[in-house]
Design a binder for this molecule. Structure first.
Ligand SMILES: Nc1ncnc2c1ncn2[C@@H]1O[C@H](COP(=O)(O)OP(=O)(O)OP(=O)(O)O)[C@@H](O)[C@H]1O
Length: 259
């Protein structure tokens, strides 16, 4: 299920604005990769190119390649909708559909993909996805209640269940804990640790302790000055990035000297 991502010479634009300069990196399957760096250096922008969400913004485009197990997502004839089915995404703010029940929230992506499933299969998928998101025990007796009635941390795990339900190979997370309290954050971090058994996980985080806790590899992005493109300065094992970085800029950032 889990797949490898090869980013090759990727330049990212918003219209005339060159937002990120020539990124190349390989993200291994069954691993967690964290993107860190100061505000505006392009972490979220790079993340969104990994499932073709970037180009949803008018005028936005990329040059270069992102291959998943060798298939370029930007190749001719590739349907972005198929890509987003393969590469799920969880956002900063938990965003369950407020009027839908917990169960319907889990199944929302599956239904959007216009897959017809029997009610038995729907029940099974709901349970499996909620178990996968470590939420089943907390909600199994209220699956028909609105998703908006859950706590923030539970809502975020519901969004993760929704992402899991479409059976992706890769899960992208854009600051998934930034709106959560410390206990809910720990629950999500534990979950990320479990998700890597099955999925390739990429997470953008502002929280360096979080990157150090959850990731196997870390990419440090930076930008020379406002208006200049962001770039990937260093990409290595999380251990090396935090204990023995090879670039001065990485060391300055992780030791809190800037950003
Ligand atoms: N929709 C957009 N249209 C035009 N420019 C954008 C858009 N989104 C982001 N940018 C620009 O692209 C650059 C990278 O932004 P991005 O949000 O990827 O950075 P980031 O590192 O994720 O920042 P943060 O940590 O603050 O979330 C910034 O200069 C930003 O202003």
């Amino acid at each position: 299920m889990s797949k490898r991502i090869d980013v090759k010479d990727l330049d990212i634009y918003y219209g005339d604005f060159h937002a990120v300069k020539t990124v190349s990196m390989t993200i291994e399957p069954r691993s967690v990769t964290a993107f860190i760096g100061p505000s505006g250096c392009g972490k979220s922008t790079v993340l969104r190119t990994l499932n073709r969400m970037h180009e949803v913004i008018p005028g936005a485009y990329v040059k270069g390649e992102v291959a998943i197990d060798g298939t370029n997502l930007y190749g001719r004839g590739v349907d972005p909708v198929d890509v987003r089915r393969q590469v799920g995404m969880v956002f900063q703010r938990p965003n369950p559909f407020p009027t839908m029940t917990i169960k319907e929230n889990v199944l929302a992506g599956v239904r959007l993909n216009s897959k017809r499933i029997s009610s038995k299969a729907a029940d099974e998928l709901t349970e499996k996805s909620l178990r996968g998101a470590n939420l089943w025990n907390e909600v199994k007796d209220r699956l028909d209640k609105p998703g908006s009635g859950l706590s923030g941390g539970q809502q975020q795990r519901l969004c993760i269940a929704r992402a899991i339900a479409i059976q992706p190979e890769v899960i992208l997370m854009d600051e998934p804990c930034s709106a959560l309290d410390p206990i809910s954050t720990l629950a999500i971090e534990d979950l990320i640790n479990e998700l890597k058994d099955k999925y390739t996980v990429v997470i953008v985080t502002h929280n360096m302790q979080q990157a150090a806790r959850v990731s196997d590899k870390t990419g440090f992005f930076n930008l020379e000055a406002t208006g200049k493109p962001g770039e990937l300065v260093e990409y290595d094992s999380t251990q090396n990035i935090f204990n023995n970085p090879s670039q001065q800029a990485t060391e300055d950032y992780i030791s809190g000297r800037f950003g």
